[in-house]
Design a protein around this ligand. Structure first.
Ligand code: HEM
Ligand code: HEM
Length: 240
């Protein structure tokens, strides 16, 4: 869709500038993004307190159920993350081609690697002019796959393996993920790796949010509003 925008130039003359807007992220994908973001915040905060619990609570033990609530919130958010992820994989099949970018990184394409390098240089402020992208740029795409897809699968598998210990032998979680604890060694090893996975995701989220805000301003292309409303707007009329 082309939007026409009138601009008043310094000499009082009117100049018409063409702005393009392309529909990129469909509603289920956008909803999934924000629900997942919220679930990861809940999982990070509650997970941190599961690993480093608060000092003993005052009063009668029966009056306090703090760790119970923290663990409940963690498990509930864990279900949201995992079920949401399965829904996201389904959407990769039925959604538009941008819905597949998260999972299919075109590492076999030479041009993609070239553009990845350009994007690294642009992010480091070594390039003056950014390239325009309708979907994810190559660097964002690679980071989202390596950090988010791999990280979320790892956290779900190790998380449900630990959860199976609570549900007990023969439970659905034990039948699906009972193989994980022996693979790592013993329960404490899975706790430690699951804990480390939290920091892996936190590093991603910090860089991701910083760059989403920064690129929204310096790359002259919309990002955050694209993840809210679905449309990518190009804020200048440079050639693509
Ligand atoms: C725990 C927090 C977050 C996680 C795990 C996360 C994860 C992701 C993932 C996996 C994608 C790819 C979407 C897809 O292709 O389906 C994405 C895209 C995006 N996220 Fe987040 N996100 C988080 C928080 C945020 C926040 C707070 C912002 C805004 C400041 C944000 C802005 C964006 C934008 C703008 C895109 C699209 C980038 C593009 O168009 O190339 N995210 N995020
Ligand atoms: C972004 C995703 C997640 C993060 C950041 C996260 C974080 C954490 C952390 C830091 C711990 C404490 C580990 C320790 O030091 O012992 C923990 C424990 C645990 N997590 Fe997660 N987790 C995530 C996803 C999940 C999922 C999807 C489940 C599945 C239900 C889950 C279930 C558990 C269980 C059962 C425990 C052990 C609770 C206990 O021993 O009392 N986690 N998590």
């Amino acid at each position: 869709m082309a939007l026409e925008k009138s601009l008043e130039t310094g000499d009082g003359q009117e100049k018409v500038r063409k702005q393009t807007a392309v529909y990129v992220y469909e509603a289920p994908l956008r909803l999934w993004h924000w629900v997942t973001a919220l679930s990861i915040v809940v999982l990070g905060v509650t997970g941190y307190f599961i690993g480093a619990p608060l000092p003993t609570m005052p009063g009668e033990a029966m009056d306090n159920y703090l760790m119970g609530y923290i663990r409940f919130a963690h498990f509930a958010a864990g279900y949201v993350l995992a079920i949401g992820f399965v829904g996201r994989v389904y959407w990769a099949f039925v959604g538009n081609h941008h819905a597949r970018e998260l999972f299919l990184v075109p590492v076999h394409r030479k041009a993609w690697w070239k553009e990845l390098w350009h994007e690294v240089r642009w992010y480091l402020f070594l390039e003056k002019v950014p390239k325009k992208y309708i979907g994810h740029n190559p660097l964002g795409q690679l980071a989202m796959f390596c950090f988010f897809v791999v990280g979320a699968v790892f956290m779900s598998v190790t998380g449900f393996a630990l959860y199976a210990e609570g549900l007990g032998q023969g439970s659905w979680a034990d039948r699906l993920f009972g193989w994980v604890i022996p693979l790592f060694g013993q329960s404490q090893d899975v706790h430690t790796w699951h804990h480390l996975g939290m920091w892996y995701l936190i590093v991603f989220v910090m860089i991701h949010v910083y760059l989403a805000v920064r690129e929204d301003i310096v790359s002259r292309q919309s990002l955050i509003s694209t993840m809210v409303g679905g449309w990518r707007m190009f804020k200048d009329d440079r050639p693509d």
